[in-house]
Design a protein around this ligand. Structure first.
Ligand code: NAP
Ligand code: HSE
Length: 428
């Protein structure tokens, strides 16, 4: 019989248990597809006494994930604990040091330490695979490293955090505010242990940094991702954007421009009729543009036991089949330092201002925009019963520096209530 592929799985939470279930349920199918049995040798988690709803009696138990990672009787270390330091990093390094291949769903670990780990792996001919780390069940890493490998990639963008998309789409559907939906997500168990990872855009920023590395042949550079979360999106912005034919999304964009490699994960307006605009609930979408393919749109579940475990299995099966691809699609030592773009390409922006309703206020507002070199494309003042007039503006294309200049100018007019809200309108 062909040698089995022996796994050590560290982390038996949502994803880890999902992987155990697939391996138990589909043993014959997995062997038929790879030509060899795929077996679990040992597992690890913190609490050995926890009932995880599936029998683990057939597997050796290690409380210390480093001990699991260095066992002689495993070929692949499957890291499903999470976190970019501590046990996940130590055990992954130990696994590589003792000749194991690694499969992980951990975007934080790879976005921050991916370059060093990839160099460590590739120096000895080992692989690190991470399909589950970006957009859960969507095979986006495989699409970039294999299916689209013949393209020069021009832009990668997408909605990669289901929790944020759920909050934003529910705000529009139900008229409830951000805080109420945040609480609902907490109760439904949608939020990461540190919710700022979701709503602050950090989780999605980690994912974008990994996609950008593969797409543009650069070292993963999470620190270069411009991040802004969804916490300040008000129900008024959702409504006004909808009135003007847009939806607000936490959108990640990575593209090479004349200014360098632009990477940002920020709330943006997108046309409501576009595929990204139509994306509802916790679903993810990744759009990849390349010189030959033009555009590919991938849509699917970005999280959850089944979808994420499905992606982990794809990596395990590739290893079982003998497919060995460099972590970021080309040798780690050949990845360039990313030429970080200090500023994004100019874009139209949506602005919401609260203006004191008195003579000359609108003129002062227009002058502040004009002084910053910003031209108004559309403007609307909403009916109101108070002394504060809500004003919406869509600008012609401007840079973020011009926008900052304009906001400083607006704040100095003496006719503004609060600071203006400004959101980029993304061209799709
Ligand atoms: P989870 O449900 O919180 O499970 C984490 C598991 O790791 C638990 O079994 C925990 O043990 C174990 N663990 C944590 N620290 C440990 C340590 N120091 N030593 C040994 N075991 C330890 O997490 P998850 O949702 O499955 O996520 C796992 C990974 O997949 C993360 O990197 C996450 O970002 C990624 N991911 C998750 C999803 C998703 O939908 N959940 C989607 C994409 C990617 P105990 O059970 O004993 O506490
Ligand atoms: N917290 C993530 C999300 C799932 O809401 O999309 C794990 O990547």
């Amino acid at each position: 019989m062909t040698e089995p592929l022996r796994l050590g799985i560290a982390g038996l939470g949502t994803v880890g248990i999902g992987v155990v279930k697939i391996i138990r349920r589909h043993a014959a199918l997995l062997e038929a597809r790879t030509g060899r049995p795929v077996v679990i040798t040992a597992v690890s988690a913190r609490d050995a006494s926890k009932d995880r709803g599936v029998s683990l009696a057939d597997y050796a138990w290690e409380t210390d994930p480093v001990a699991l990672a260095t066992r002689d009787d495993i070929d692949v270390f499957v890291e499903l604990m999470g976190g970019h330091e501590g046990a996940a990093k130590a055990a992954t390094e130990a696994a590589l040091a003792t000749g194991k291949d690694v499969v992980t769903a951990n975007k934080a670990l790879l976005a921050i330490h991916g370059q060093a780990l990839a160099e460590q792996a590739e120096a000895r001919g080992q692989v690190i695979r991470f399909e589950a780390a970006v957009a859960g069940g969507i095979p986006v890493i495989k699409s970039l490293t294999e299916g689209l490998a013949g393209n020069e990639i021009t832009r990668v963008m997408g909605v990669m955090n289901g929790t944020c998309n759920y909050i934003l789409t529910q705000m529009e559907a139900t008229g409830r505010g951000y805080n109420a939906l945040f609480e609902e997500c907490a109760q439904l168990g949608y939020l990461e242990a540190d919710p700022l990872l979701d709503v602050g855009g950090i989780d999605a920023g980690h994912k974008l940094a990994l996609l950008a590395s593969i797409a543009f042949g650069t070292k993963p550079a999470f620190d270069d991702v411009k991040l802004e979360g969804i916490q300040r999106i008000a129900i008024e912005d959702i409504r006004h954007a909808a009135d003007m034919g847009y939806r607000i999304k936490l959108l990640g964009v990575a593209q090479r421009t004349g200014r360098g490699l632009e990477q940002r994960m920020t709330p943006c307006l997108v046309p409501a009729s576009s595929p990204l605009g139509q994306l509802e609930g916790g679903t993810n979408m990744v759009v990849i543009e390349g010189d030959s393919i033009e555009q590919v749109v991938l849509r699917g579940p970005g999280a959850g036991e089944g979808p994420t475990a499905s992606a982990v299995m794809a990596d395990i099966l590739d290893i079982a089949r003998g497919l060995r691809i460099a972590t970021f699609g080309q040798p780690a030592t050949s990845l360039e330092e990313p030429p970080s773009a200090q500023a994004g390409l100019p874009a139209a922006h949506y602005m919401r201002l609260a203006l004191q309703d008195k003579p000359g206020a609108l003129a002062k507002m227009a002058a502040a925009l004009g002084d910053a070199g910003i031209s108004i494309h559309r403007m609307r003042q909403y009916d109101h019963n108070s002394s504060i007039a809500p004003v919406l503006i869509v600008t012609h294309k401007c840079t973020s520096a011009m926008l900052e200049h304009a906001i400083d100018g607006l704040n100095a007019t003496g006719v503004m209530e609060g600071t203006p809200v400004a959101l980029r309108i993304e061209e799709l």
